[in-house]
Design a protein around this ligand. Structure first.
Ligand code: SF4
Length: 364
């Protein structure tokens, strides 16, 4: 099916090349745009989008507030803003949001748009067309094995594992609802792949006063999300680093970086992190504070680093003592979040933290 989306549909799928081509030329250059009211309104719209992206419970509505062109431009501006902030988690949030949003419109269009109403025995016209635009081959009820394998690699649900799929003549059978999910994942992957953009420093500088409130809201939300610190929910890799530290082993640079950025993201303050390093026999307060400040963005660069994902932890040899939950996550922070949530569902057992936010010392 040749896909000829309406202008409104382009605003639902603003990442499509057709959408970008449509919006190009309708706005002046970014530098001059930002100095006028129209440009500021566009930044507002992009920040709203980002605010939605960091909100845990997302609700999508069929009506968009601006013109389709403004929606498409706001999508692009939001990507510029996260590139300037350059926080891995914020980038992930935005790409997941865009993928969810596309999924919402995809399912809705297929239900409501008469152009996509199906003949008997046929379904998912829009889904198939959109998949083709995104470079994957989904037919009525199957997709090529090679496309499937690449697409599902980051998905952890058992039902996507090849052992649980019917494979025939190089094709994997998929259900209708899964087809939507796979397109959603494809959108996420593609949008994540080319972020962060290389944005000129002067432009980021221009945007920074407008972005400050978003950064603050995001940090507060992260802290709320992780709540009080519970060492019992730490993933095995982080437990191992703390154990090594306590035993007097010198952590590698990658080890220090991973542990510090992990603890910072879950809400431990600077003093708490430094106090944890004080368990090490060769503790050097000045050097520790310097390193911790650098990683947590209090140093000169202002960049806050996020703990590496499991794949990167494996590369540096820090992924150790994997357990069953590790099979289901791709990031130590996700491990922590899930384990903590599961523990709170099971009962009120809570680890007492020290007043400075550090976890209790391990028993000797
Ligand atoms: S799989 Fe991830 S969370 Fe589990 S130990 Fe390895 S790096 Fe840590």
């Amino acid at each position: 099916m040749d896909y000829s989306p309406s202008i409104k549909e382009l605003s639902h799928f603003p990442f499509l090349k057709k959408a970008q081509d449509h919006a190009r030329g309708r706005f002046s250059s970014l530098d001059s745009l930002l100095s006028d009211a129209r440009g500021q309104a566009l930044v507002d719209r992009a920040l709203d989008r980002l605010q939605d992206a960091i909100t845990p419970k997302k609700t999508f509505t069929p009506d968009v507030t601006g013109t389709p062109e403004e929606e498409i431009a706001a999508y692009a501006m939001a990507r510029i803003i996260v590139s300037c902030v350059n926080d891995r988690q914020l980038i992930d949030r935005l790409t997941r949001y865009e993928a969810e949003r596309a999924y919402y419109f995809l399912v809705r269009e297929e239900d409501w748009n008469s152009n996509y109403q199906q003949e008997d025995g046929e379904y998912s016209r829009l889904c198939v067309a959109l998949a083709a635009e995104l470079g994957i081959r989904i037919t009525q009820d199957r997709m090529p094995l090679v496309d499937y394998v690449e697409l599902v690699a980051p998905l952890h649900e058992d039902r996507f594992h090849l052992v649980n799929r019917r494979i025939e003549k190089g094709f994997v059978a998929i259900r209708k609802d899964e087809r939507y999910e796979l397109v959603r994942e494809r959108v996420r992957l593609l949008l994540r792949r080319d972020l962060p953009h290389k944005v000129p420093a002067a432009l980021c500088e221009q945007l920074s006063p407008r972005v400050a409130a978003l950064k603050k809201a995001y940090q507060e939300q992260m802290l709320q999300q992780f709540g009080s610190i519970e060492e019992s929910a730490f993933p095995p890799c982080m437990q191992a680093l703390i154990t090594a530290l306590t035993a007097g082993t010198n952590l590698t640079h990658a080890g220090r970086f991973s542990l510090t950025s992990f603890l910072h993201t879950i809400g431990m303050d600077l003093n708490g992190i430094a106090a944890l390093y004080a368990r090490s026999p060769d503790f050097n307060p000045d050097m520790t504070m310097y390193q911790v400040e650098h990683i947590t963005g209090r140093g000169g660069s202002g960049t806050e680093y996020t703990a590496p994902a499991c794949a990167a932890m494996r590369t540096t040899g820090l992924c150790v003592h994997r357990d069953l939950l590790c099979e289901k996550v791709s990031h130590p922070l996700s491990y922590y979040k899930v384990k903590k949530r599961d523990a709170s569902k099971k009962g009120p057992k809570k680890a007492e933290n020290n007043p400075d936010g550090t976890p209790p010392a391990s028993p000797a």
